[in-house]
Design a protein around this ligand. Structure first.
Ligand SMILES: Nc1ncnc2c1ncn2[C@@H]1O[C@H](COP(=O)(O)OP(=O)(O)O)[C@@H](O)[C@H]1O
Ligand SMILES: [Mg+2]
Length: 405
C-alpha cells in the first residue's frame, strides 16, 4: 500500500517537474504587486498631486477624500503619488512623514484603541495592546503628533470599513484637532463605498471631504491593456492563447469594471491550466476560472452568514427539493423554517425578520424572489435559488454538515 502511494506521488511530482511552466512570475498578477505603469489615471494623479504639493513648501494641504468601486486603482494611485512626493521632498531636504493604514486588515482598526495603538507603532511608539483608558491613549497620540513638526500624511485606506467597525469618533477627534490649527496631519481617506460619507457627522464630512477625487470603473479596452502589461511579466512566453486577456477583461468589464476581478480571473485561469498540466492557457480555462471564482465568492458569503440566515437558506433549499417545483411560496418557507429551528434547537424569529433575511440572501445573489399573481388569492412572493444546481449541492452539503441534519 505504502509503495503504491509512494509510486503515485513519485509519478505526480515527476510529471509536475517535467511539465511546461505556465508562470514566469506569478507574483505580477497579485493585487499587491506594483506595476511599472499606471495607465488611465493621469487626471487623478495630477489632482492628488496638486492637492498635496504645498507640503513641499511646508504648508499644510486640505484633507482628501477618494472614492470609487473596488479595483479602480485608488490604492495604487495614492501610493504612487505619495511615493513620488516623498522622493522630491527627500531630494529637497523637506521632511515629511507618511503613514498608511489599511483599515480592513484584521486587528488593526477593530477598535478605536487598536487603531490608535497601530498608528502609534508606525511612529515607533509602543503602548500595551489593551488596558489603557481611551483618553490616555489619545493623549499619547496627540503628544506624539505634536512632537513632530513636519507635516504628516495619514492615508486611511478602506476608511468605510473603519467607520463601520468603530464609528466616526476617531475621525471627529482628528479633524477637530486640525481645525484648531494645532494639527499638522493631512488625512487621505479612501473608500470603496460611494455613499459612505452620508454616515458621517456633518463636521467630519466637511473636513474630510475638502477635496474629492472620483475613480470611475474601467471599460473592457482599458482592462485589456492593464492586463496585457501584467501578463507580459507574469506568464512564460507563448503560453497565453489569443483571446484570453480580452475575455478576462470583457467579463470583468461586464460586472463592474474592476481590475482586481480581471487580474484574479487571469491568475486563476493560469492556475487551472497549470493544475491540468496543459501547455497553454485558453478561453476554456477562463470559463472555469469564472465559475470557480463565483463559487468561492458564494461559498464565502454563505459561510459568514449568521446562523438564523443559514437556517432560512437551508429551509429554502430543502423545500425546493421536496416540492420539485421551479419556485416555492414565501409562506411555506416560514413554516418549514419554524420546524427546522425546533430540530436544531434555535428560537425561531418573527416572520418579519425572516423576510429581512430572505431579502439579504437575495442581495447576495444567492436566491431570487419575484411577486406573482395567484388569481383570486391576490399577489404573493415566490422564490428560488439563483445559483447553478452544482452550487446548490455544495451549499446544501456545507449546511447539512454544519447543522448535522
Ligand atoms: N491604471 C492601472 N494601471 C495598472 N494597474 C492597475 C491600474 N488600476 C488598477 N491596477 C491594478 O489593479 C489592482 C487593483 O487596484 P487597486 O489600486 O488595489 O484598486 P482599489 O484600491 O481601487 O480597489 C492592483 O493590482 C493594481 O495594481
Ligand atoms: Mg484599495
Amino acid at each position: 500500500m505504502i509503495n503504491l502511494v509512494q509510486q503515485t506521488l513519485e509519478n505526480l511530482f515527476t510529471e509536475y517537474i517535467n511539465s511546461k511552466n505556465i508562470f514566469l512570475k506569478k507574483d505580477a498578477l497579485s493585487l499587491n504587486y506594483t506595476p511599472e505603469n499606471v495607465s488611465y489615471r493621469e487626471e487623478q494623479m495630477k489632482q492628488l498631486g496638486s492637492v498635496l504639493a504645498p507640503i513641499l513648501k511646508n504648508n499644510k494641504p486640505s484633507n482628501v477624500f477618494i472614492y470609487g468601486i473596488t479595483g479602480t486603482g485608488k490604492t495604487l494611485v495614492t501610493k504612487h503619488v505619495i511615493d513620488q512626493l516623498k522622493k522630491i521632498a527627500n531630494l529637497n531636504n523637506v521632511e515629511i512623514t507618511t503613514l498608511y493604514v489599511n483599515c480592513k486588515m484584521k486587528r488593526v482598526a477593530d477598535t478605536e484603541y487598536r487603531l490608535l495603538a497601530y498608528i502609534l507603532s508606525l511612529f515607533d511608539v509602543h503602548v500595551p495592546p489593551t488596558g489603557l483608558p481611551t483618553e490616555s491613549i489619545y493623549k499619547i497620540f496627540f503628544d506624539t503628533l505634536k512632537n513632530h513638526k513636519e507635516i504628516i500624511i495619514l492615508t486611511l485606506d478602506e476608511i468605510d470599513a473603519l467607520v463601520d467597525k468603530i464609528g466616526d469618533e476617531f475621525l471627529y477627534n482628528l479633524t477637530r484637532m486640525n481645525q484648531y490649527n494645532e494639527g499638522n496631519i493631512v488625512i487621505v481617506g479612501i473608500s470603496n463605498n460611494l455613499t459612505f460619507t452620508e454616515k458621517l457627522d456633518s463636521r467630519v464630512k466637511s473636513s474630510l471631504c475638502d477635496e474629492e477625487l472620483v475613480f470611475s470603473p474601467y471599460n473592457a479596452t482599458q482592462l485589456k491593456n492593464i492586463l496585457s502589461d501584467r501578463a507580459k511579466v507574469a506568464f512564460c512566453e507563448g503560453i497565453l492563447r489569443d483571446g484570453v486577456i480580452a475575455k478576462c477583461a470583457a467579463l470583468a468589464a461586464q460586472e463592474h469594471g474592476d481590475a482586481r476581478r480581471a487580474l484574479n480571473l487571469l491568475r486563476v485561469s493560469g492556475e487551472i491550466a497549470e493544475r491540468d498540466q496543459d501547455f497553454y492557457v485558453d478561453e476554456k480555462h477562463v470559463d472555469f476560472a469564472q465559475s470557480k471564482i463565483n463559487l468561492d465568492y458564494i461559498m464565502e458569503a454563505v459561510k459568514v452568514q449568521p446562523k438564523q440566515s443559514k437556517v432560512v437558506l437551508y429551509s429554502i433549499i430543502k423545500l425546493l427539493e421536496k416540492e420539485g417545483k421551479p419556485y416555492i411560496y414565501t409562506g411555506d418557507v416560514f413554516s418549514y423554517y419554524d420546524n427546522l429551528c425546533k430540530s436544531v434547537g434555535l428560537k425561531p424569529l418573527t416572520t418579519r425578520r425572516v423576510s429581512d433575511l430572505i431579502s439579504e440572501l437575495e442581495m447576495l445573489s444567492i436566491i431570487e424572489t419575484k411577486v406573482i399573481s395567484r388569481g383570486r388569492h391576490g399577489r404573493t412572493r415566490v422564490l428560488n435559488m439563483s445559483v447553478s444546481d452544482s452550487v446548490v449541492v455544495k451549499i446544501r452539503t456545507f449546511l447539512k454538515e454544519e447543522f448535522l441534519i
